[in-house]
Ligand binder design. Structure first.
Ligand SMILES: Cc1cc2nc3c(=O)[nH]c(=O)nc-3n(C[C@H](O)[C@H](O)[C@H](O)COP(=O)(O)O)c2cc1C
Length: 184
């Protein structure tokens, strides 16, 4: 049975929810899936040869990624590259369809530039605006980003921009990356 590792970094829980939806869809397709937060104890015990595929997702925070994301990819670049692999990037600028094209999304380009791991497959997923749950300083900064990119600025806004059907389609697409012998 194909075994897939779904790794994620999430600050507020939305990327975790996306990673869980990917894992659920993979499980529906008959795959054994391990869903691992890169900052959990489980992440220190990964036995990479157990897997035939790895997907790694992280949310964008202030135009970049949490330090732990880069720490993890630096530590595991070789292992990540040794498997069919994909990186999914979660951000709210991606609510605009043209920003879901890898070449047009500066956050994804930044990841590719800074990461020692070059993912062989890429996906951009629109995240969530959740002003009420963010501290005032984050709220103000995101309102500014939203103003610049013509997004929602009402401090009461809670808007899930994720296309959950597309998340399932991405999970299905991931299985196409598994090399034939293991998939058979
Ligand atoms: C502190 C903070 C900074 C953010 N910075 C950006 C940003 O620069 N660009 C962007 O498109 N989205 C930005 N976002 C939106 C997040 O990427 C989005 O809310 C995502 O769904 C968060 O995922 P999480 O709940 O897993 O942390 C930011 C969100 C927060 C809370």
């Amino acid at each position: 049975m194909t075994r897939v590792l779904v790794l994620y970094f999430s600050r507020g829980g939305h990327t975790a929810k996306i990673a869980a939806a990917i894992a659920d869809q993979l499980a529906l397709r008959g795959t054994k899936v391990d869903l691992v937060d890169i900052n959990s104890a489980a992440a220190t015990r990964i036995n990479w040869p157990d897997y035939q595929l790895v997907a790694f997702g992280a949310c964008v925070l202030y135009g970049t990624y949490d330090k732990s994301v880069f720490r993890f990819v630096e530590q595991h670049a070789k292992a990540l590259s040794s498997l069919p692999n994909s990186f999914f990037c979660v951000n709210v600028v991606a609510r605009n369809p043209e920003k879901r094209i890898p070449e047009n999304n500066k956050y994804l380009q930044k990841f590719i530039t800074l990461s020692p791991w070059t993912p062989s497959d890429l996906k951009i997923i629109a995240g969530k605006v959740d002003y009420p749950s963010w501290p005032w300083y984050d709220r103000l900064m995101i309102q500014l980003i939203m103003k610049i990119t013509k997004g929602p600025t009402d401090p009461k806004s809670v808007i899930d921009f994720t296309d959950w059907e597309d998340v399932k389609a991405y999970a299905d697409h991931l299985l196409e990356l598994v090399s034939e012998p293991e998939n058979a």
